[in-house]
Write a protein that binds this ligand. Sequence first.
Ligand code: FAD
Length: 466
Amino acid sequence: MSETSATFVIVGGGIAGVTCAETLAFYTPTESIILLSESALVKTVVNLRAITQTLSDFNIEESHMSNLMQKYPNITVIIDKLDEINSDEQKITTVNKTIINYKFLCLCMGAQPRLIPEAENNPFVIGIRDTDSVESFIQKLKTSKEVAIVGNGGIASELVYKIEDTKVHWIIKDKHITATFIDPGAAEFLKDRLNNKQKEQSVENAQFSQRMRYETDQNIKKAGAALGPDWYKHLDIKGALNVPETVQIHYETCIQSIKTTQNGLIVKLTDDSEISCDLLVSATGVTPNSHFKISQPLHTSQDGGILVNEFMQSSNENIYVAGDLCTANWQYAPQWFPMKLWTQARQMGCYAARAMSSKHLNEEIYQDFCFEVFTHTTRLFGFKVVLLGLHNAQKLGKDYEILFRMTKDVEYIKLVLQNGRLQGAVLIGDTDLEEMCENLILNQIDLSAHKDSLLDPDIDIEDYFD
Ligand code: FAD
């Protein structure tokens, strides 16, 4: 049993944990920081580019922990796993029996893919989370002729678009695709792309495969953190059919039962139809990794997320939580809401670090500006997608109106207004409207007089609001 101490101890080498460690190293360069990571490869945010005040674009790189320690001499990375927290004595014990004393602890252990209950321990069913699970999926897919994907969020949408050379059954519980992010109109707009996929170049595939192999050092355990924004972009996700893939969408249905046969699965849906497939991908959300031993249990939400206040503090004031593991439990700004996304994992990791360092230095802190408005940018079906504020009219009940402009296969713009004020926006394609929309959401200008011209393509609306 060995023992060590640090002012700040962070558990988890994903986006939230690494961002937290880096931010702490910046704010408190003379304090000791320990990052406990299951893997020697940690996730680092690179190529960070501010698109607007609160919206940024970035890539995630898996880099060896030694790079982090070289860059920040006060960070020590320990490769191990959290076993137990003794919150009364402010110390944790790792699986390999190292005791680490802390002044402040930040838990960033992320979440696990939630497999449909019928599918647990079934070799033909896979959940996608990290590099290992993607590799395993790609291997299994190589011999698959028919794949079923269940789920209607980002992962399922990305996969359905990216998979080649196999028949795909997309099982969704909603009336339209990608419902976690977009409305039925945007879904129709994007669905056209699904039937006419435009794939990335195979040259990039080769380059990325090389990088993945390079990272697969036998001595490095790489399981763990969720993938980064470009996880699928350069991968060859191909099945065993030498004919173009077809996608059949099964709307408003879920899995009723699964029968395993010698060749794969027979999946019965709740609408009583049956699908046979040789691989099933379960992409139905995540469950926070909050099942660890602790002397005084922390307060959690119904989905198992650890509740945090506006300073990312759990019910124990010396234990902070960030990323997929936490549930924001403060009075949200009108146009913000939490979602388990890497954008928010980064923002929360960064803000938890600032909150901890302020507490340590007895400084006052105000909540970060990024929690004023929900922002997310991603690529769906080959399009740039920007989601701002209450883009799906979340929280607005029926009291809102929509302004809308669409040019088939080019752009889809939806503005959500309440009392003439912009509450949210969906911007698909290269619309160049994100900055203006964000400003209009933040300053809540009354747009009633401009509604007719707001989305007129012949009028440069930015001129109105300069
Ligand atoms: P993670 O990245 O999961 O990191 C948690 C870390 O904690 C891991 O390294 C894990 O090994 C470690 N850990 C767990 N338990 C322990 C323990 N006991 N001891 C020590 N370490 C431990 N988000 C988007 O915004 N847009 C998308 O398009 C999108 N697509 C996604 C696609 C896929 C396939 C997946 C899996 C996720 C996607 N997400 C997307 C979600 C996004 O990746 C997560 O929200 C984000 O990575 C959460 O970061 P995190 O640091 O909280 O958790």
